[in-house]
Ligand binder design. Structure first.
Ligand SMILES: Nc1ncnc2c1ncn2[C@@H]1O[C@H](COP(=O)(O)OP(=O)(O)O)[C@@H](O)[C@H]1O
Ligand SMILES: [Mg+2]
Length: 252
């Protein structure tokens, strides 16, 4: 079995079909990028992988266990094996950076404060913010806040890191810092990375495999070169960032 498997997953919200009989296997150690237009269901897909949403039909498996039928309580130990950098990357604004990163360690482990302090330092150093511990989130830039959220996401030593649009809202330089961090964590922690993005530069930098979600299905799946050279018009337009006539007309 692969580390993560989605079997014929369908999900709708009322009349809106978001995932339509979608199947996807993700191997341990892979760096998978999920592409797709806004609203195509990328975040919904990620939430199925960690059991935050359940499919209407189909199955979700993680490391040999079917997870879509588990209770919240049964999911807990599995969810700890994931680090999740949410789209909004929300930090607790009333806590220091150090307390933010320590939070999952206090919640989910029995570690003492010395050990926690050591781990927090290590994680902040890993994201390139060794001195940020005493600061408040409000004192940081958007890119720095993302990095603190990433330090928090890796606090428990996850096997899989899910990144939901990690570079959105960042300028190209700060985006590249995040891309480099994704690669570094991939290398140094041997994690499986799943990155949702519509930033093509970021996608090509971090992916060893790319899929694209469109109308509830994966319309392409392959190495970056296959996406770059795809002759599927939907993929080509997405990669080139070009609107079609219908999209242009909708602006008038
Ligand atoms: N909990 C929910 N309830 C109702 N609709 C939802 C919910 N979550 C997502 N959606 C809808 O599903 C579609 C896909 O959402 P999402 O996965 O967030 O898209 P994106 O690809 O931009 O991440 C959107 O139309 C969104 O409004
Ligand atoms: Mg999203």
């Amino acid at each position: 079995m692969s580390l993560i498997e989605l079997h014929h997953v369908s999900k709708r919200f009322g009349p809106l079909v978001v995932l339509n009989d979608l199947s996807l296997n993700i191997e341990a150690g892979q760096s998978l990028v999920i592409l797709g237009a806004s609203g195509s269901g990328k975040s919904v897909l990620l939430k199925h992988i960690v059991g935050l949403l359940r499919p209407d039909r189909g199955e979700v498996w993680f490391d040999g266990t079917r997870i879509d039928t588990l209770s919240e309580r049964q999911l807990m130990p599995l969810r700890r094996r994931f680090g999740f950098l949410f789209q909004m990357g929300a930090l607790f604004d009333s806590l220091t950076v150090r307390e933010n990163v320590a939070f999952p360690l206090r919640e989910h482990t029995q570690k003492g404060s010395e050990e926690i302090g050591r781990l927090v330092k290590q994680k902040l150093a890993m994201v390139g913010l060794p001195d940020a511990g005493p600061k408040m989130p409000g004192e940081l830039s958007g890119g720095q806040r993302k990095r603190v959220a990433l330090a928090r996401a890796i606090a428990l030593g996850p096997e899989v890191i899910l990144y939901d649009e990690p570079t959105t809202g960042l300028d190209p330089i700060r985006s590249d810092v995040i891309n480099e961090l994704i690669l570094k964590l991939q290398r140094e922690l041997n994690v499986t990375s799943i990155v949702v993005t519509h930033d093509m530069q970021s996608a090509f930098k971090v992916a060893d495999r790319m899929v694209m979600l469109h109308e509830g299905k994966l319309i392409i799946d392959g190495p970056p070169a296959a996406i770059r050279n795809s002759d599927d018009p939907i993929v080509r337009r997405f990669v080139a960032g070009e609107a079609n006539e219908q999209e242009l007309a909708s602006l008038e």
